[in-house]
Every structure is written in C-alpha cells, then in structure tokens.
Design a binder for this molecule. Structure first.
Ligand SMILES: *Cc1c(COP(=O)(O)O)cnc(C)c1O
Length: 347
C-alpha cells in the first residue's frame, strides 16, 4: 500500500514551502486601486517573461480567456476557435452568455488550423454577416493530450489575422510546458499574438491564479472587464507572491514532469495500453484501453484501491498527468501496481 498518487491533473498540485513562506510574508495593498506591490511585481515579471507590454493577474484561466474576448470583441461579433478547445467546450458557454459572441468552431488537428480553411472562415461585415474580430489559439493543445503547437503555426495564423486586421488570443494555460518542451523562450511562442493567458495553478503549482498578457492599451481595458466580471480583488498579493516564486523556481523543473510522463507512457505501452508516444510531448499521457479491452471506469476504480487516481475521459480512455507532486519513484510504483493488476486479471 502506498500514499495517494494523484495523476488526474496538474491542478491538484499544492503550493511549495517557498510559496507558503512568500505568501506569509507578502507586502500587500488594495489591488483594485492598483496598490498591491506584490501583484504589480508579478505582473511586471510576467509581462517581461512573455515579451508583452503589460499583464493582469486574474482568478482563473477561464476568466483570463473570457476577459480577452470581452476586451477584443463587440456584442454579436464572430470569433474563430478550435472545435476541441477549452474556450469553446469547457467554459460553460461563456463565449455566448458572458461575451455575446458567435463562435465559429473549426477543426484544428493537433492545434493546427488549416490556413486556407481558416482564411475562408473569416467574415467581413456586410448587411448579413457578423464580422470576424478574433481568432483563438491554444498551446499546449487539448487538455487530454498536451500537444505542443509550433511557433510557425502561431506565426502563420497571426499573419492571416493581421491581413484582415483582426486580433489573436492564445489560450496558453500550459504554454510554459510547450516552451520547455521546445527549449525555447516562452516569448518566442507568443510574440505573434495580441494576447496570451497563462495558468499559474496547474503545473506551476500555485494555489490560485492566471495571468493575461498583452499591450498596455489592451490590459487597461481588460482591467475594466475583470472588474465587470466581479474579478477585481483587494490584497491579492497573498496569491501573487506564490506566482513570483513559480516564475523563479518552477519553470525549469517542468522538464522533469515531461520526462516522467514519457517514462509512464513507455512503461504503459510495454504493458499493452494504446499509447502514441509521438503525442506524449509534455506532461500529459493519453491512454487507450482498447487493445487490452478494459473498461476505463472499472480499471480506474481498481487502481484507486491502490492509491492511484487517474482521470477517465472516455469509455476506454484515461489520462494521466505528471506534475511536481509526482516523483520518478511514484512513476515506477504506478507501473508496478498496474502490471500486477493486469497479471491478476490474466491469471
Ligand atoms: C485549465 C485550462 C483553462 C482554464 O483554467 P481554469 O483556471 O481552470 O479556469 C483554459 N484553457 C486550457 C487549455 C486549460 O487547460
């Protein structure tokens, strides 16, 4: 019997001791008045790391995405999104209800738009058509796979957007994982987009928070949209302090998560699970149980009895996510337990 090994998501990560110390000691003020020095510092660090003029600290990735759309778009505009994206599928219809935009969701395998198709989907306003005003990207793409989108795709999409004088927003909840996987500065992955959102509360292990980056003008307006959504907060420096530690200490270690995910994937592949190693690019492993003919729910329950928690994403599909609270020893433990369970089943 082992302690719990929770592979459901990197959102389960808890703050480090350094974060807790920084939070305890943070100098704070009223952030709605722009007077929280720790928030201001976090926003400066983020803007500089991402190569943007300014940043805004917000409550969640969902809020960051919705604020970006509210800031760029007018009521009734059309925006283009990946049909499998988080912003389209997992934000409770916020694009329609909160932002009042019409979404045109198109396929983008691996997070890559077909550029000719994309261009055809852009509408100019006329007597019948709503104008397209924003194109959304996601990197890493697909929260059950964590695929790296190459900066060239982002560049090409942004080029098309500029041609039609429309904006681009990158949902970069895990874009630092993409940057570490590509061994490139994160600014290379977002230099072409008008805004980018980052989650601090996933693989970076902060308790709460996301950042939205863009031009100074964009962030000024975004701040008012955050306020409208009830997202203005006061002594938020308590939370921002953890974000500063994350930028200082938690980025380089993402490579360890990626190595753990690969080790997990190759071990499971050997055991007969359906895994495409080419798609294990960051910290997420997408696992098929088709060949083994296992029911995902039942299998998840079986290994949960041994303290291993995974996310069921389909009748015969699971996902496992490596993160800072999963050690390489944990990975070996997981592989051993699963191997034993499969053998028990076959005997
Ligand atoms: C997690 C996630 C979000 C939303 O972040 P929350 O902080 O959970 O609201 C948005 N986009 C992507 C791609 C994500 O993985």
């Amino acid at each position: 019997m082992v302690g719990e090994i929770d592979l459901r998501s990197d959102t389960v990560t808890t703050p480090t001791e350094h974060m807790r110390d920084a939070m305890r000691n943070a100098i704070v003020g009223d952030d709605v008045m722009g007077e929280d020095p720790t928030v201001n510092r976090l926003e400066e660090i983020a803007a500089s790391l991402f190569g943007k003029e300014a940043a805004l600290f917000v409550g969640s990735g969902t809020m960051a995405n919705q604020i970006a759309v509210l800031t760029f778009c007018s009521y009734g505009d059309q925006i283009i999104v990946h049909e499998q994206s988080h912003i389209y599928n997992l934000e409770v219809g916020g694009l329609a209800s909160t932002c009042g935009v019409q979404t045109r969701a198109i396929p983008a395998p691996g997070g890559n738009y077909d550029l000719e198709r994309l261009e055809r989907e852009i509408y100019r306003a006329d007597i019948q058509r709503a104008p397209t005003t924003l194109i959304c990207l996601e990197n890493t793409f697909d929260l059950n796979r964590g695929l790296v989108v190459h900066p060239l795709q982002t560049h090409s999409v942004a080029e098309i957007a500029r041609k039609y004088e429309i904006k681009t927003h990158l949902d970069g909840a895990r874009v630092l994982n993409a940057a570490v996987a590509l061994k490139k500065p994160v600014s290379d992955l977002c230099c072409d987009v008008d805004s980018v959102a980052l989650c601090l509360s996933k693989s970076l292990a902060c308790p709460v928070g996301s950042l939205l980056m863009g031009s100074a003008e964009f962030i000024n307006k975004a701040k008012r949209m955050r306020q409208r959504l009830g997202g203005g907060w006061r002594q938020a420096g308590i939370l921002a302090a953890a974000g500063i530690v994350a930028f200082e200490e938690m980025i380089d270690r993402l490579a360890d998560d990626h190595a753990n995910a690969r080790r997990l994937a190759s071990g499971l592949l050997e055991q007969g699970f359906d895994i495409d190693l080419d798609q294990v690019q960051t910290n997420i492993v997408h696992i098929g149980l088709y060949t083994l003919n296992l029911d995902a729910m039942a299998f998840a329950k079986q290994i949960a009895d041994f303290g291993i928690r995974v996310k069921v994403i389909g009748e015969r599909e699971l996902r496992m996510v490596a993160h800072k609270d999963i050690s390489s020893e944990d990975v070996e433990t997981v592989l051993t337990i699963i191997k034993n369970q499969l053998e028990t089943r076959n005997s």
